[in-house]
Ligand binder design. Structure first.
Ligand SMILES: [Fe+2]
Length: 197
């Protein structure tokens, strides 16, 4: 059973009304990333956050994981796109903590862009295909000590991502699928976080 935050989520008090393979709704994930963003800002995860984020490559750390949920902290760097991808069978949500990111989402006929700044949230239902990059609107001088950060939650935990390209006919073509796995270090962190609940 998930132990993320029993007081905030109250999963057991709510009948499962969805056929999706997760007890969480998008609204739950939005609340979780919001709470975790507060936790990051209050220093709760300082023990897993580097004093200086990498300046050249995107940095990601799993902050929490159980059988229903995983939560990530990501540091974005200029000109390092995620490429166009989905989240396989997982629902997702994010909160931007600092700086700004640009999301280009596939609408079914085109890519639509929006900029998400600190405090903004976004939810990703099944089938959501998007590409995320650090926005030029992020502080122009932001560097390793002033990063662009966001918190992401996925349920069920993210195990695969498919990648896409837009064809000359204005359609989406899946190019490949990658499996995602947590390494031992990340799982140890998750265990420690669970113990604090
Ligand atoms: Fe994504």
């Amino acid at each position: 059973m998930s132990t993320f935050s029993s007081s905030a989520i109250s999963r057991t008090d709510r009948p499962i009304t969805s056929a999706l393979p997760t007890p969480y709704r998008l609204a739950d994930l939005l609340r979780i990333v919001d709470e975790t963003a507060d936790d990051v800002l209050s220093g709760r995860f300082d023990h897993v956050i580097p004093a200086e984020f990498p300046a050249e490559e995107r940095w990601a750390r799993r902050l929490y994981a159980d059988e229903d949920l995983d939560v990530w902290l990501i540091s974005w760097v200029p000109e390092r796109s995620t490429d166009l991808h989905d989240h396989a069978g997982s629902l997702g949500a994010l909160t931007v903590i600092s700086g700004a990111v640009t999301e280009e989402r596939w609408t079914g006929s085109e890519l639509r862009e929006r900029v998400l700044v600190a405090g903004d949230q976004a939810a990703f239902p099944l089938g959501w295909v998007h590409e995320v990059t650090r926005a030029p609107e992020s502080a122009p001088n932001a560097g390793p000590l002033d990063p662009t950060l966001s918190v992401h939650a996925y349920s069920p935990p993210l195990t695969a991502m498919s990648y896409y390209e837009v064809t000359g006919r204005g359609t989406l073509r899946r190019t490949h699928t990658e499996l995602t796995t947590a390494d031992d270090h990340e799982l140890r962190i998750a265990t420690r976080f669970e113990e604090w609940q």
